[in-house]
Design a protein around this ligand. Structure first.
Ligand code: HEM
Length: 521
């Protein structure tokens, strides 16, 4: 009490206008009240500013969203961040089914999701309004000067050069490498299964097979074995960083930081490979991999394009191929194994075709000519990726206001995400759309074949996947060779049909398989 009185007496005088409250004039005010009142002013001001900003945030969101389906209000600051951390197919389906166009916001990034074939294709084919933006982390991982971030004319020019790496002539070099590596890995899979016959997840084994195949196809023996294994092991850090929204700073301990370290390792080996490929071709060696083929192509007399690609630039291209293919191809391959195991009648047809084309010789490496005679295999691969598309959507960014429909314009600098799932599961084009029916691709007059615009597994427009032929050839070749060398049994769990999204789609239980050697015919 005494201290209270002391404070009271030493307090300042509150200047109050005498006209309004003369009786209070000169009443001494305690200092704690004054200091509290100052901080209260600050508090009120801060609250008012924050409140105004939050209101502004809501009104900006609503003015951008207009009549599109989506939450009427966005969660302050973070928006749908929590959902984007743990995306689920059910969540995406709900969003896609809410309308052909729908809106969400994550960290104040305004996002328009397109689910119909018409709008998805429109985004992919409107380079004047929208360009691929990948997820934010992709730029940090791939490096901003990677060719994949080019747009317009410079992108078209660069792609012309890269298209030469996927010609039939180039693929005929790659197919032998793919065949040999697949067989080597199957020997290992069978040896591992003999040691431990319990069903094992093929998530990592299939990913490893894929990575080693890609590295050998792209770089041949210009990367030593331990370098290839180092890239393969570290690559998982890159996959894990591909979330829609990441922690913005790549500081130690974050996923993006770890991914950047993994990229540095990969680029170091890929630069070395580019330099060795140049030396090898200069020494007159015949091309044995993609980098050799590229260097050789640059020197061809009829070649008119750009010739001066540095080791780093070539390394970044190869890295962009790894980046674009590793997760998608692994997804395609793993679902391929699962679909065949779950559909023995389809597997039997694949095998029948294999034995016929290989004339019973299962040790004979596959050639492009043999693949040409395997329409059922091709139909299966196409159908397997239709049912479970590895890539379900690709983020684009509007470079200017984009009048996407008669009654809606996507504001500039928004994210627009064309999704492929609904196109690939449109029941009017794919009757019994959830069923795996390879035969629908064998009839040229089927609705699947007469509506090619619906098959968006590899995208559409100027950024359509550059590796389509290689990807489908690789998935087909691995499954075909596996079918004649091995039997496999799928250990079905309640999660086998559920999907987990790790950049691309995978069976939630990791796809548990048991492999055994298959007797020769
Ligand atoms: C099953 C495997 C694959 C799937 C499902 C797939 C799917 C896709 C999709 C959906 C896109 C975006 C297309 C668009 O924006 O319209 C894309 C782009 C791309 N893909 Fe693939 N891809 C696969 C394999 C590969 C492979 C094997 C390579 C390279 C060897 C590759 C290289 C690329 C590149 C470089 C791009 C960007 C092209 C550009 O921006 O011009 N992909 N892919």
């Amino acid at each position: 009490m005494a201290s209270f009185i002391r404070q009271f007496t030493s307090s300042a005088v509150l200047p109050v206008a005498s006209s309004t409250s003369s009786s209070f004039v000169d009443i001494p005010i305690p200092s704690f009240i004054i200091s509290n009142s100052k901080s209260a002013t600050w508090l009120y001001t801060t609250v008012a500013i924050v409140g105004a900003l939050l209101l502004l945030e809501q009104s900006v969101y609503r003015s951008k969203k207009k009549h599109l389906p989506g939450d009427s209000w966005t969660i302050p600051i973070i928006g749908k961040f929590a959902d984007s951390m743990k995306p689920t197919m059910e969540g995406y389906m709900k969003q896609w089914n809410s309308g052909a166009l729908s809106a969400i916001s994550v960290f104040n990034i305004f996002i328009v999701m397109a689910s119909s074939n018409e709008y998805s294709r429109k985004i992919l084919n409107s380079p004047a309004h929208a360009e691929p933006c990948l997820v934010h982390s992709a730029k940090q991982i791939l490096m901003p000067d990677n060719w994949v971030f080019l747009n317009g004319k410079s992108h078209v020019e660069y792609r012309k050069v890269l298209n030469t790496l996927f010609t039939r002539k180039a693929l005929s070099i790659y197919i032998g490498i793919q065949d040999a590596i697949a067989r080597k890995h199957f020997v290992q899979w069978l040896a591992d299964a003999q040691k431990d016959p319990s069903p094992q997840s093929i998530m990592m084994t299939a990913r490893h097979l894929n990575m080693i195949t890609s590295l050998r196809v792209f770089c041949g023996n210009h990367i030593p074995e331990h370098g290839a294994i180092e890239i393969s092991e570290k690559y998982w850090d890159i996959t894990q960083a591909l979330e829609l929204v990441n922690f913005p700073l790549a500081v130690p301990g974050t996923k993006v930081y770890r991914a950047i370290q993994a990229r540095k390792v990969a680029i170091k080996w890929l630069e070395l490979a580019a330099s060795k490929a140049k030396t090898s071709v200069a020494n007159g060696c015949e091309p044995e991999c993609m980098l050799d083929e590229w260097v050789k192509e640059l020197e061809a007399p009829g070649y008119k394009g750009r010739k001066d690609f540095s080791d780093r630039e070539m390394a970044m291209v190869v890295f962009s191929f790894l980046f674009a293919s590793q997760d998608a191809m692994s997804s395609g391959l793993i679902y391929g194994f699962q679909h065949l195991a779950d559909n023995p009648d389809i597997l039997a047809k694949i095998r029948e075709e294999q034995y016929r084309v290989r004339a019973g010789d299962v040790d004979k490496p596959i050639t492009l000519e043999m693949l040409d005679q395997m329409p059922y295999l091709k139909a299966f691969v196409k159908e397997s990726m239709r049912v479970k598309p590895p890539v379900t959507m690709v983020p684009y960014r509007t470079t200017k206001a984009f009048p996407i429909s008669n009654d809606y314009t996507v504001p500039a600098n928004s994210m627009v995400i064309p999704s492929f799932y609904n196109s690939l599961h449109d029941p009017s084009v794919f009757p019994e759309h959830d069923k795996l029916i390879p035969d629908r691709w064998l009839d040229p007059n089927s609705s699947a074949n007469t509506n090619p615009r619906n098959y968006l597994v590899f995208g559409s427009g100027p950024h359509k996947c550059v590796g389509i032929e290689y990807a489908t050839m690789n998935i087909g070749l691995v499954l075909a060779t596996a079918s004649v060398l091995m039997d496999w049994e799928h250990h079905i769990t309640p999660e086998s049909e559920q999907v987990q999204i790790i950049a691309t789609l995978f069976p939630k239980d990791g796809c548990l398989m048991k492999f055994t050697p298959r007797p020769r015919p």
